[in-house]
Design a protein around this ligand. Structure first.
Ligand SMILES: Cc1ncc(COP(=O)(O)O)c(C=O)c1O
Length: 427
């Protein structure tokens, strides 16, 4: 197929004149394709889906019932823009109740159409060409991608077991610090499952003040905290002087597809976000905002979600440990992040991993990285995981698999254990 006349017009940020010609596939798309292939090639084998990680439950009944009413109210039909107050006020009550953080809903909170869009828009408030965003890796990349779209540069702060999955803020080079405008944090952390001790936030706030940096703390997995009571960055003295926290109703409220969250904290930054947002969207449907507000006012909802994912993660950790994985209960999120196996002693012939099987090594199959291990697991064993190779080879298992009740959860764990034990993982 010949190129359209506008091929040369594509912007550099998406590949310029080469746009659409590369063969690189986005990691999550690759997993989705492998999943479809595993289902087609092995219909007899149950797919064990610890992959991409979307809540398996529908939104709470209270929220759905409220939505059914609000959708028929004429006053909800128009553009929401950055209002109306009902959702912001409910978010303020939630922040006070769950985190002890007082906020003025009129000026310190603004809704967003999911936290992804907020993380995509916030760099527009600060980044000029050449400016630096400090970002933890592995992590949710959206703010970094947008930074580069504005001509900025991302400086990566690796999260490793050695630094307890907290970024090392003391060793950022001086020339980077001079250009740094944003520090993007994410706790409870995706994918590592680490939660942030208050002392870390204190250090981050001091670092931000000393170096004139704004903090964006991504709390999409907030409330899903197991090793400490859920904690907000904004509860730390001085936080409101240096940044904002981004919240989401996707995870703790099972509202992934509803697209609702909020940005809160420093008044001037919240206003800048609202000004940028005004240029992108006209606000989330007011019926959704009101239904979401009803959900925020029910403390039982996040408690139930937290208890469910804690239970599932505990079972998953015990199962994987019995198979030889060196994993422990994550501090938060619904993800388990664990070192990837280097090989399977009983992996059998396979075309993935490191080439073809070596007869001298019997059934052993080696992996050059987590991605190869993950591809093997999905194509050969119908076990779906997400690989991370940014800071060492790790696999992420999500506890969002579909299972109707605890019995189904246990059956799924038993099947997982059987398949993995049989492979004889080597670490
Ligand atoms: C760390 C993190 N931040 C933000 C998001 C975006 O969530 P949403 O846009 O559904 O609020 C996700 C979703 O997976 C996430 O894992």
């Amino acid at each position: 197929m010949s190129d359209p006349y506008f091929q040369k017009l594509f912007a550099d940020r998406i590949g310029g004149a080469n746009y659409g010609k590369g063969t690189a596939i986005y990691k999550f798309e690759k997993i989705k394709r492998a999943k479809r292939k595993a289902l087609a090639d092995h219909p007899e084998r149950k797919l064990l889906d610890f992959g991409i990680g979307e809540n398996d439950a529908m939104a709470p009944e209270l929220v759905r019932r409220r939505m059914a009413q609000e959708i028929n109210r004429p006053e909800n039909r128009g553009y929401a823009d950055n209002g109306p107050p009902a959702f912001k006020e409910a978010a303020a009550r939630f922040m006070q109740r769950e985190y002890g953080v007082p906020l003025d809903p009129a000026v310190e909170i603004n809704h967003c159409i999911g936290s992804k869009t907020a993380l995509a828009m916030l760099p527009a408030c600060f980044i000029n060409p050449g400016d630096v965003t400090l970002m933890t890796v592995p992590g949710y990349p959206v703010a970094g991608t947008q930074t580069t779209f504005y001509g900025g540069v991302v400086y990566k702060l690796p999260l490793t077991a050695e630094n307890d999955f907290l970024p090392d803020l003391d060793n950022v080079p001086g020339d980077v610090l001079q250009k740094a405008k944003l520090l993007v944090l994410c706790y409870p952390n995706s994918p590592t499952g680490k939660t942030a001790p208050p002392e870390f936030y204190e250090r981050a706030i001091a670092f931000a003040k000393k170096n004139d940096i704004v903090i964006i703390q991504d709390a999409a997995h907030g409330i899903l905290s197991y090793d400490r009571p859920p904690n907000s960055f904004l509860a730390i003295p001085g936080a409101k002087d240096v940044g904002v926290e981004v919240h989401s109703m996707s995870k703790a409220f099972d509202m992934i597809g509803w697209r609702i969250g909020w940005v809160c904290g420093n008044e001037r930054i919240v206003r800048a976000f609202a000004d940028i947002k005004d240029n992108y969207d006209s606000g989330q449907f007011i019926a959704i905002q009101k239904a979401a507000a009803a959900g925020l006012d029910d403390p039982e909802i996040p408690k139930r979600t937290r208890a469910k994912y804690r239970r599932r993660l505990e079972k998953l950790v015990a199962t994987l440990q019995r198979c030889g994985f060196q994993c422990k209960m994550p501090g938060g999120t619904y993800f388990l992040y664990t070192p990837a196996p280097r090989a399977f002693a009983n992996g059998g012939p396979s075309s993935v991993g490191r080439g073809s099987p070596d007869p001298a090594r019997g059934n052993r199959i080696d992996f050059e990285n987590a991605e190869a291990a993950s591809q093997y697991l999905i194509t050969e064993q119908s076990i779906c995981t997400v690989p991370w190779d940014d800071a060492g080879p790790f696999l992420r298992f999500s506890a969002t698999y579909e299972a109707d009740d605890e019995r189904a959860e246990d059956a799924l764990m038993a099947e997982t254990e059987q398949r993995l034990t049989n492979l004889q993982p080597v670490f």
